[in-house]
Design a protein around this ligand. Structure first.
Ligand SMILES: NC(=O)C1=CN([C@@H]2O[C@H](COP(=O)(O)OP(=O)(O)OC[C@H]3O[C@@H](n4cnc5c(N)ncnc54)[C@H](OP(=O)(O)O)[C@@H]3O)[C@@H](O)[C@H]2O)C=CC1
Ligand SMILES: O=C(CO)[C@H](O)[C@H](O)COP(=O)(O)O
Length: 470
């Protein structure tokens, strides 16, 4: 048998697997990767930094044989059946005590099932979210592991070495039991959908005021130097400058408006409904991607409803500032909804998700990293069990400062007929959340009227039913 020399093994040498493995090698780990496609194993070796130990193989058994015991390996393959297929191929090759990590975007319920299945065989299984895309995987991603704590301790030094750092603190931490790592990554992606939707609405509102791509670049670049500093605002500024290879246009102008998705946003909405917890901005972001796919119907509807709309009176600089504040408001609410979901899920699903650690891990390396998360980190460090970040005083001040301009933008968008469902939803959620007595007493009355569903009273305990209308 060949000598077992490698520290870590990777299954799936696509975008994420290849780059994460090269990152490990850059940090001094000897690594080996498996992919059925030999062009990918070759690409892995040729992309390695000189002096690092990187090997690609086209046989899974060869890779497993060459790993030091207890073996540590990760798969970065598409979620769903491919993960189960890889697990089945690995089982006969592994020994008790080996550690297997699923670093893809698996649904947490699958991870819970797999943790149990492999535990019965003495194999440690960990579901782990990774965020940062291609570049992040190569240079320092945000890493969200959960599940088997003993397994985490075995791979912790390596994960800390390869992760992004903020003020020398690694953007990785143990985020809870069973499927918690993948649950946190799912909610991360829900927030990602939400912020991307809000940015696209800001883009539409700015375009309506006549800003061209160069001006849009400048606006987003300036925003990225202030309170809105974040990865998504930064890349948005870049996007407006990108030229198309085929035409003289800017690339953004020739990209189809049908948005794709792989499912994590939808899962976030579905799971929020199950808990239940209200995350309407994330729900709206998912819905807007869905509407975007109905292109032909939208074209028909545009013909029917394409009436002139009210024009703006506001001067452009004021409008830009108002949109800045509306976007900032929406971003605050997006994180608030995602984190409220994690708070509730942690209790309901008994996953013990530490919110201060989640925010710490999201501050660097991931797609939703932003300066705002520093404020959230302070808030959760002071009150780790905060049910909703909107109850924090510092966040309340940020909301208060952005609120008037948000209301103006929502009113102006509504009057002008510009679709801004995400910003509107953020404001609607906020106004409901801060309402001491909602009009839902009437909903209760209606439910009892037509279905004898009973209601509770404000002046007595217990359930009541009325024979209405008699
Ligand atoms: N791309 C991104 O920005 C991010 C992706 N993710 C997640 O990471 C995972 C991987 O994504 P990504 O790297 O982008 O995907 P890619 O499509 O680039 O790579 C997937 C790899 O998995 C391999 N593969 C597919 N099916 C099997 C199988 N049954 N057995 C063994 N290998 C298999 C493919 O091999 P081959 O093609 O040779 O058959 C390919 O090398 C996904 O879950 C994704 O959602 C997470 C964060 C960010
Ligand atoms: O996990 C990710 C980033 O964090 C992936 O890029 C994910 O695929 C994005 O989701 P979608 O394709 O649905 O937009």
């Amino acid at each position: 048998m060949a000598q077992s020399v490698f520290d870590f093994g990777m299954i799936g040498l696509g975008v994420m697997g290849r780059n994460l493995l090269l990152n490990m090698a850059d940090h001094g780990f000897s690594v080996i990767g498996f992919d059925k496609d030999s062009t990918k194993t070759g690409a892995l070796e040729s992309a390695a930094t000189p002096g690092t130990t990187v090997k690609g193989v086209a046989e899974l058994a060869t890779m497993v044989q060459l790993l030091q015991s207890p073996r540590k390996l990760m798969m970065l393959v598409p979620a769903g059946q491919p993960v189960d297929d890889v697990i089945e191929s690995l089982i006969p090759l592994l020994e008790k005590g080996d550690v297997v990590i699923d670093g893809g975007n698996s649904h947490y319920t699958d991870t819970v099932r797999r943790v149990k299945y492999l535990r019965e065989k003495g194999i440690h299984f960990m579901g782990m979210g990774v965020s940062g895309g291609e570049k992040g995987a190569r240079t320092g991603p945000s890493i969200m592991p959960g599940g088997d704590k003993a397994a985490y301790e075995k791979v912790r030094p390596m994960l800390e070495a390869i992760s992004a750092k903020v003020n020398n603190t690694p953007c990785v931490a143990y985020l809870g039991t069973e499927g918690a790592g993948h649950y946190v990554k799912m909610v991360h992606n829900g927030i990602e959908y939400s912020i991307m939707q809000l940015i696209s609405e800001a883009y539409a509102l700015l375009q309506h005021a006549g800003l061209d791509n160069d001006r849009l670049h400048q606006v987003f670049k300036t925003w990225n130097e202030g309170a809105l500093q974040s990865f998504l605002v930064e890349i948005t500024a870049d996007i407006f400058l990108q030229k198309d290879d085929k035409t003289s246009a800017r690339l953004v102008d020739v990209i189809s408006d049908k948005a794709g998705s792989k499912g994590t946003g939808k899962w976030t909405s579905q799971d929020a409904m199950e808990l239940p917890v209200a995350i309407p901005v994330i729900d709206t972001a998912v819905a807007m991607r869905t509407i975007s796919a109905y292109k032909e119907e939208r074209v028909e509807a545009a013909k029917i409803y394409n009436k002139p709309v009210a024009s703006f009176n506001t001067d452009t600089e004021t409008w830009i500032k108002q949109i800045h504040d509306a976007l900032y408001f929406g971003v605050i609410i997006s994180y608030a909804q995602g984190l409220a979901m994690l708070h509730q899920a942690s209790k309901e699903l008994k996953m013990e998700i530490p919110l201060p650690e989640v925010v710490k891990v999201w501050r660097g390396g991931c797609i939703i990293r932003s300066t705002l998360l520093e404020v959230y980190m302070k808030a959760y460090s002071a009150s780790p069990d905060l049910p909703n970040i909107l109850l924090n005083k510092e966040v309340a001040n940020l909301i208060e400062n952005a609120l008037t301009n948000t209301r103006t933008v929502v009113a102006q968008a509504a009057q002008s007929g510009i679709a801004a469902a995400g910003i509107m939803s953020a404001l609607g959620y906020f106004d409901a959340y801060r309402t001491e007595r909602m009009p839902t007493n009437l909903v209760q009355a209606q439910r009892d009227y037509f279905g004898a569903h009973t209601y509770q009273r404000t002046d007595a305990t217990g359930s009541f039913h009325t024979v209405w209308g008699e």
